[in-house]
Design a protein around this ligand. Structure first.
Ligand code: NAD
Ligand code: UFG
Length: 338
């Protein structure tokens, strides 16, 4: 099977290309490199020993996409391409709706015109909003998103569901990721944020490597065991393997399916700091600051459905996630610029 991977030069995409190639799939990557470097794909090739066919292409570029699909004859698409910075999406809503929604509409239209009706879409636990209960199952209602980025995920889920309903030849799998962290064990690929990291783990690793002097913990007055926010952190390699399992489901003619990809365990911000220190031996100075706008107290997944229907279970624990994040950061203090 030949798989088109949009956004394949990015953090989750590059790890998924490794797992796809290891599982014997042919892969074609397209990415506009707006938030990534082509070097990630050179390193993927180093890891797998296989070349990664790559096109620099924007998913909004209908003509170029069409030429690529004419040439490459893919069977399915794993669609990672999108803008993902929550705060930026509040400042630039038009850009987020244009890139993520118009981009996906263009991609899906070109796909169907080429008879490719299999797609795995990167959704997010953000579509649940502030959940009424945890662990969150897929049957929990979707909620109110607090930012345009979240709405793009929520709306794209609806759009893809409607397309599948109208034309049941489509197989659509919506994967709702919880909080991906960690990196490939080789330390050759990993998360490479631009500027000041928004997310917890890259911030911690930048403190550890001496780029920032301390972590600010966003609030310690939440209704959680230690007052800091609780999330379901998942190793990016486990997440990548979830996509390989989802492809098998597509091959079995999945129709429409929705799966949470998380571990089922919640860790607080301070749990992460302490686990990182224990796993790496590096101290992380921190200060307690105010809450961050839009944050919720707790979210963690029930991963039962993915286990039952995909046979997928996250294998790495929190110590491995911390150790692997650090291994990537300390070997590549400037990401792919090293
Ligand atoms: P990333 O930014 O590293 O990867 C996204 C890739 O898409 C980048 O390489 C970027 O250059 C590319 N891209 C963006 N717009 C494009 C366009 N118009 N045309 C072509 N390429 C384009 O992000 P990631 O963390 O790997 O996330 C991958 C997907 O998973 C995204 O859709 C993201 O929203 C989703 N997701 C991420 C998280 C997370 O915490 N990392 C959580 C839930 C969902
Ligand atoms: N946090 C801090 N200090 C920081 C950064 C984060 O205390 O410098 C805290 C946050 O308040 C939160 C936790 O660490 O309690 C995790 O924050 P992240 O920003 O790493 O992750 P979020 O859960 O806020 O959001 C992430 C992605 C979203 C995605 C969501 C669910 O950024 O895009 O996970 O998948 F939608």
């Amino acid at each position: 099977m030949r798989i088109l991977v949009t956004g394949g030069a990015g953090y989750i995409g590059s790890h998924t290309v490794v797992e796809l190639q290891n599982a014997g799939y042919d892969v074609v990557v397209i990415d506009n490199l707006s938030n990534s470097s082509e070097k990630s794909l050179e390193r993927v090739a180093e890891i797998t020993g296989k070349k990664v066919p790559f096109y620099r292409c924007d998913i909004l570029d209908r003509e170029k996409l069409s030429d690529i699909l004419d040439k490459e004859k893919v069977d399915a698409c794993i669609h990672f391409a999108g803008l993902k910075a929550v705060g930026e999406s509040v400042q630039k809503p038009w850009e987020y709706y244009e890139n993520n929604i118009a981009g996906t509409l263009t991609l899906v239209d070109v796909m169907r015109k080429h008879g490719v009706k299999n797609i795995i879409f990167s959704s997010s636990s953000t579509v649940y909003g502030d959940p009424e209960t945890v662990p969150i199952t897929e049957s929990c209602p979707k909620g109110v998103c607090t930012n345009p980025y979240g709405w793009t995920k929520s709306m794209l889920e609806q759009i893809l569901m409607d397309i599948q309903k109208a034309d049941p030849e489509w197989n659509v799998i919506l994967l709702r990721y919880f909080n991906p962290i960690g990196a490939h064990k080789s330390g050759r690929i990993g998360e490479n944020p631009n500027g000041i990291p928004n997310n917890l783990m890259p911030y911690i690793t930048q403190v550890a490597v001496g780029k920032r002097d301390h972590l600010t913990v966003f609030g310690n007055d939440y209704n959680t065991p230690d007052g800091t926010g609780v999330r379901d952190y998942i190793h990016v390699v486990d997440l990548a393997k979830g996509h390989v399992k989802a492809l098998k489901k597509i091959e079995d003619k999945a129709g429409l399916k929705i799966y949470n990809l998380g571990t089922g365990t919640g860790y607080s911000v301070l749990d992460i700091v302490h686990n990182f220190e224990e796993a790496t031996g590096v101290k992380i100075p921190y200060e307690i600051g105010p809450r961050r706008a839009g944050d919720i107290a707790i979210n963690y997944a029930s991963p039962d459905l993915a286990r039952e229907e995909l046979g997928w279970v996250a294998e790495n624990g929190i110590k491995e996630m911390c150790a692997d994040s650090w291994n990537w950061q300390k070997n590549n203090p400037n990401g792919y610029d090293d």
